[in-house]
Design a binder for this molecule. Structure first.
Ligand SMILES: Cc1cc2nc3c(=O)[nH]c(=O)nc-3n(C[C@H](O)[C@H](O)[C@H](O)COP(=O)(O)O)c2cc1C
Length: 164
């Protein structure tokens, strides 16, 4: 199988060590995100790096109170910015910012960091506590740290394709 090890080995991690993540590591993750492709190269994304216990607790509570996330040292909030597009299209904003998140997940895997994309929140509530507007979309809250578990790969259905 000739698949990148980062793609093969990445898992959503829900148990973290208390080991911290450096600012340099965080900048590498954001740089990887910024290199993602986007329609017409609009790059309609911004990031919020959350380290404070207080803010992590607020986010966690709105993110279905998934307490396990509080073990991780950093959350990276990916905000899709529809105002960065001339067409103001929210669908394209969400599409493109999701690609940027995938770059973060794979770069983190490459760096020996663990992640979990979370998105179990009401958009308006999450926008509110982050001081965002309805032109913004919280595409995902990425939990980042060092894994304290080694889960098996989750099953995948075989992707089929048709040839035309
Ligand atoms: C948009 C999105 C939202 C997700 N939200 C959550 C979440 O709120 N909590 C959680 O534990 N996992 C969440 N996940 C992780 C998925 O459950 C996980 O990717 C899936 O089960 C496959 O497992 P794997 O990532 O280990 O391959 C989310 C993933 C995506 C892409």
């Amino acid at each position: 199988m000739d698949i990148l090890p980062e793609i093969l080995n990445r898992r959503s991690i829900r148990k973290y060590k208390s080991t911290s993540v450096t600012d340099e590591q965080i900048s590498d993750l954001i740089l990887a995100a910024s290199l993602a492709p986007s329609g017409s190269n609009k790059q309609p994304w911004d990031f919020i790096v959350v380290k404070s216990k207080e803010m992590k607790e607020k986010i966690c509570e709105l993110d279905h109170n998934q307490k396990w996330m509080l073990q991780a040292p950093v959350f990276i909030v990916c905000v899709g910015k529809s105002t960065y597009r001339k067409d103001d299209s929210m669908e394209r904003t969400i599409r493109d910012s999701a690609i940027a998140i995938t770059h973060i997940l794979l770069q983190a895997q490459h760096m020996g960091l663990a992640t979990c994309w979370t998105g179990w929140y009401e958009q308006d509530e999450m926008r509110n506590i982050l001081g965002l507007t309805d032109k913004d979309y919280v595409t995902g809250i990425i939990i980042v740290g060092y894994a304290d578990e080694n889960p098996n790969a989750r099953p995948r259905r075989k992707a089929t394709y048709t040839e035309i």
